[in-house]
Design a protein around this ligand. Structure first.
Ligand SMILES: Nc1nc2c(ncn2[C@@H]2O[C@H](COP(=O)(O)OP(=O)(O)O)[C@@H](O)[C@H]2O)c(=O)[nH]1
Ligand SMILES: [Mg+2]
Length: 216
């Protein structure tokens, strides 16, 4: 039974209770990351990252809890009691950031990818209405090299018609051909709920959380 009225996320697949743990701004002081498998989420600002995290975890305010204006460079750690944590990484890409801010963010992201031993998956979000930019492609490749599985999420598919959706699908096939390997791919809409259960299922399966026993 879905008790939260007006919830578009259809909670057929229950996601473990997820809560804000801490924010870190750099690894200079040896930031403490949970000693367990980590799932990272990256995307340009406005790619729909906060909306997606809230949808997957079914917690409307989760990604906003730590969203302090002017502190967009923070890495936010969200815990579960199901043996894994979610890491909300800073938005990268030019968008509204200055060149210096962009460089700082990329540096932090790079540090993160180099230093964390426990990052298993990196969810790379990109608005489905755009062609996957070069930087996102590079990130997919970097992950692959570091044995981190890149998961590409094309967000906001509700904005596209069928013809446009087919083009995005083609774009992704081209990307895989160009890279020479395949990667998990999801199409999502937090408006319609499309793809949300699929991502939950993917995470729970990969993290070996048994479906009936995941009421964390
Ligand atoms: N149409 C549509 N808009 C979305 C979707 N997800 C997010 N948005 C909108 O995109 C904007 C940015 O979303 P947000 O989650 O804050 O992105 P973030 O900056 O990457 O964290 C907001 O206006 C959201 O309402 C979606 O699935 N469909
Ligand atoms: Mg956000």
């Amino acid at each position: 039974m879905n008790t939260s009225s007006g919830n578009p996320y259809h909670e057929e697949i229950h996601f473990p209770n997820t809560y804000f743990v801490s924010s870190i701004g750099s690894f200079a002081e040896g930031a403490d990351l949970p000693e367990e498998p980590l799932l990272g989420f990256v995307g340009r600002s406005n790619s729909g990252k906060s909306s997606l995290l809230n949808a997957i975890t079914n917690k409307r305010g989760l990604a906003k809890v730590s969203k302090t204006p002017g502190k967009t460079k923070l890495i936010n750690i969200f815990g579960t009691k199901a043996g894994f944590s979610l890491i909300d990484l800073p938005g990268f890409g030019y968008s509204k950031a200055s060149y210096k801010e962009h460089k700082d963010m990329m540096l932090l992201l790079d540090q993160f990818l180099n230093l964390t031993k426990n990052l298993r998956f990196l969810f790379i979000l990109c608005d489905a209405a755009r062609t996957l930019p070069e930087e996102e492609m590079q990130m997919v490749e970097t992950c692959h090299q570091k044995k981190i599985i890149p998961v590409v999420v094309r967000t906001k598919v509700d904005k596209l018609n069928q013809k446009e959706k087919n083009l995005v699908q083609k774009d992704m096939e081209l990307a895989m051909n160009e890279l020479g390997f395949t990667f998990p791919l999801f199409f999502t809409s937090t408006n319609s709920g499309k793809g949300i259960n699929e991502i939950r299922k993917f995470i729970l399966e990969k993290m070996k959380v048994s479906l009936p026993a995941n009421l964390g």
